[in-house]
Structures are given as structure tokens and as C-alpha cells.
Design a protein around this ligand. Structure first.
Ligand code: NAD
Ligand code: ZN
Ligand code: ZN
Length: 346
């Protein structure tokens, strides 16, 4: 089968790989129908994710059709259409029992990282019963792809951890798909202000149409000042970091107001300074989170009923054998205006 393989820092190749087989009774083999590329795949390519070794098939998002299931899988059968969660969970370990699937002792974010992922014709999904979701009849399958990772990530790591509340002021640094997913799901809580910050004017313009009340291009180094002005000198109640570089986490430290929360989403490959000399007295909290995907069933309903229009995040479509072009488009978003790219396998 064709697969997109991480070949070391800055390198990827399309390779012919053996089709995966059932290894454990709880496995399922899924034929990929649609997959996509995440900012985290770009972090892997930068060498930021030490757990992902060269030779790994990338990808942790997508939908597909069950090809076969192990002897222990009773809730899915061959032919079922399924949504693949980016987080694999056994459902039984202490962390899973606490709803912290991201830290499942034999799962977590392993797909396209520690085991082969979804940017291929087929993928092996461990713990299929607790790591896959049935796709309801009539669901928009492209919208479903947005539920593998970015919607639960923006919502859990950004909106829930950041305690977005009615009437509150929110800043989201990073208007990539994850930042925009936080923007879409933040509106479930009716904050008064959602200020989007990025370097890319096109993504900021998209953010405006997605419900941002203010947009700021931070290239001039004045974003913190501008946010202070917009919030009567206070700063924001919730500063969501959705980029994963030191500059943006530092910016969040300047944006957060007294009593506020910095909710980090970004995958960081480098250390960042924490400015306790200014923050020690500000009653703030900082949260970090690897998405647990515990809210996937709830978000699925908001997408199915049209409360959240996830298809707006999709800008480009490619076939699996054009996946290098898809990466190129996603990596050069400022020129291509790409948000989420759908990669189809047929
Ligand atoms: N915590 C989790 O579980 C989790 C899950 C999924 C993704 N992520 C992470 O979320 C982050 C965002 O993912 P994405 O897919 O939206 O990525 P992306 O690369 O498409 O988007 C990042 C955005 O940040 C902007 N940006 C870059 N440098 C900037 C700067 N200095 N100031 C302001 N904006 C800047 C870019 O223009 C871009 O729009 C990534 O770090 C990704 O790895 C985390
Ligand atoms: Zn991801
Ligand atoms: Zn577990």
C-alpha cells in the first residue's frame, strides 16, 4: 500500500509498505477514506517530537471503512464507517478511567507518532472499540475528519482549560486550523470578545468570518499593546496559545489579565521563558494539555446538528498519491491560503 513516511528532519517520502494486519484481538484494520495533515505533523518534520522516529507513517486523523476486526472487537464489524480518534485509549487503565485518554498507559497520541498512522491506504487501530466512533448515517464525512483532532483539541485544551465564559475576553494566538477550531467552539460559551492574533492576514480574514470580534497581525510587535487597548487596559481572561513557538507563549504572558488563564495548545520543541517577575502577583493560571478527545461524542452532535460548521475549515482536496503536494500547500499556507487539506484514498 502507499504511505507517507517521515524520513528524518525536513524529509518525507511516499513508500510502498505492507498492508497492516491484526496484531492484537482488540485491533481493527481500517481502510482510509479521508485523512488530513496537522500542525503536529509539521512539528514532527521539524524534529520537535522526539518519540517519532524516521520510518514512521505519519497521520493521526481521518475516517475510513473497517476492513477487519480482531476476535475481541464486538461493537464494530467489517464495512462499518468510522471516525478515527487521534488518541488511542484502552478504556481500562487508571488514566482512561479518569477520562485522561491522552495518557493511556498503552495508548495516547501514538498514531502517526509511535505507531504507523493514517496517511496511508490502511491503518491498524489498537483498542478499536474505544478509539473509533461510528459515523452516523447522513453525516458530512469531510466534517467528520475535523473531529479526529482539531475540534476536540481547540475545545478541550483551549476553551475548556481556558474556562471561556459568557461575557469574557479571549485572545487566541495562532489562526491555523487548531486556533480556528478554538474560535468556533469558544462561541458555544458566548464570550464578549474573541481577539485572533497571527502573522498571516489571510488566516486573520478567515478568522473574522468565523466570528472573531477583533483581528491583530502581530508582525509589528505591538499585539500586546493593542490587546490592552481593546480590553480597557486589563488584558484578557483567557489567552489561548495555538502555535507552539516560544514567541507566542511569551506573547500570551503579556496578554493575560489579572485572574486570567493561559491555556497552551501548541506542541513546543524548545524551552520558553516564564516571566514570574511580572506574573507572580497576577493570580493567573497556566494550563497545558494533550487532547484527551473526551468531548468527541458531544462535538459530533454539535457538528451533526449544524451548531458548528466544521466544513468551513476545509480549503483544499488532494488524492493520496498527491500527498506531497498537500503537504506543500499546508506548509505554505500564507501563499496557498490553505487551512485543512482533505486527502482522499479511493
Ligand atoms: N495539545 C494538543 O493536543 C495538540 C493537538 C493538535 C495540534 N496541536 C498543536 O497546535 C498548534 C496549531 O496547530 P495547527 O494545525 O493550527 O498549525 P498551523 O501550523 O497550521 O498553524 C499555526 C499558525 O500559527 C501562526 N504563527 C506562526 N508563528 C507565529 C507567531 N510568531 N505569531 C503569531 N502567529 C504565528 C501561523 O501563521 C499559523 O497560522 C501546533 O503547535 C500543533 O502541533 C496540539
Ligand atoms: Zn494533530
Ligand atoms: Zn488506557
Amino acid at each position: 500500500m502507499k504511505a507517507l513516511v517521515y524520513a528524518g528532519i525536513g524529509k518525507m517520502t511516499i513508500e510502498d509498505r505492507p498492508k497492516p494486519e491484526i496484531e492484537y484481538p482488540s485491533d481493527a484494520i481500517v481502510k482510509i477514506v479521508k485523512t488530513t495533515i496537522c500542525g503536529s505533523d509539521l512539528h514532527i518534520l521539524k524534529g520537535d517530537v522526539s518519540t517519532c522516529a524516521p520510518g514512521r507513517i505519519l497521520g493521526h486523523e481521518g475516517i475510513g471503512t473497517i476492513e477487519s476486526v480482531g476476535a475481541g472487537v464486538t461493537t464494530f464489524k467489517a464495512g462499518d464507517r468510522v471516525l478515527i480518534s487521534c488518541i488511542t485509549s484502552c478504556g481500562k487503565c487508571d488514566y482512561c478511567r479518569r477520562g485522561m485518554y491522552s495518557h493511556c498507559t498503552t495508548g495516547g497520541w501514538i498514531l502517526g507518532n509511535e505507531i504507523d498512522g493514517t496517511q496511508a491506504e490502511y491503518v491498524r487501530i489498537p483498542y478499536a472499540e474505544t478509539s473509533l466512533y461510528p459515523i452516523p448515517q447522513g453525516a458530512d464525512e469531510e466534517a467528520m475528519v475535523m473531529l479526529s483532532d482539531i475540534l476536540p483539541t481547540g475545545f478541550e485544551c483551549g476553551v475548556l482549560n481556558g474556562k471561556v465564559a459568557p461575557g469574557s475576553a479571549v485572545a487566541i494566538v495562532g489562526a491555523g486550523p487548531v486556533g480556528l477550531a478554538a474560535l468556533l467552539t469558544a462561541q458555544l460559551y458566548s464570550p464578549a470578545e474573541i481577539i485572533m492574533i497571527d502573522l498571516d492576514d489571510n488566516r486573520l480574514a478567515m478568522a473574522r468570518t468565523f466570528g472573531a470580534t477583533q483581528i491583530i497581525n502581530s508582525a509589528d510587535g505591538k499585539a500586546a499593546e493593542k490587546v490592552k487597548t481593546l480590553t480597557d487596559g486589563n488584558g484578557v481572561d483567557t489567552a489561548i496559545e495555538a502555535v507552539g513557538v516560544p514567541a507566542t507563549f511569551e506573547l500570551c504572558q503579556k496578554l493575560v489579565g489579572p485572574g486570567g488563564i493561559i491555556a497552551n495548545i501548541g506542541v513546543h520543541g524548545q524551552k520558553v521563558d516564564l516571566h514570574l517577575e511580572t506574573l507572580w502577583s497576577q493570580n493567573i493560571a497556566i494550563t497545558t494539555r494533550l487532547v484527551d478527545t473526551v468531548t468527541t461524542p458531544m462535538l459530533l452532535k454539535t457538528v451533526l446538528t449544524g451548531k458548528i460548521d466544521a466544513t468551513r475549515l476545509i480549503t483544499h482536496r488532494f488524492k493520496l498519491d498527491q500527498i506531497l503536494e498537500a503537504y506543500d500547500a499546508f506548509m505554505h499556507a500564507a501563499e496557498t491560503k490553505a487551512l485543512k487539506v482533505i486527502i482522499e484514498n479511493d
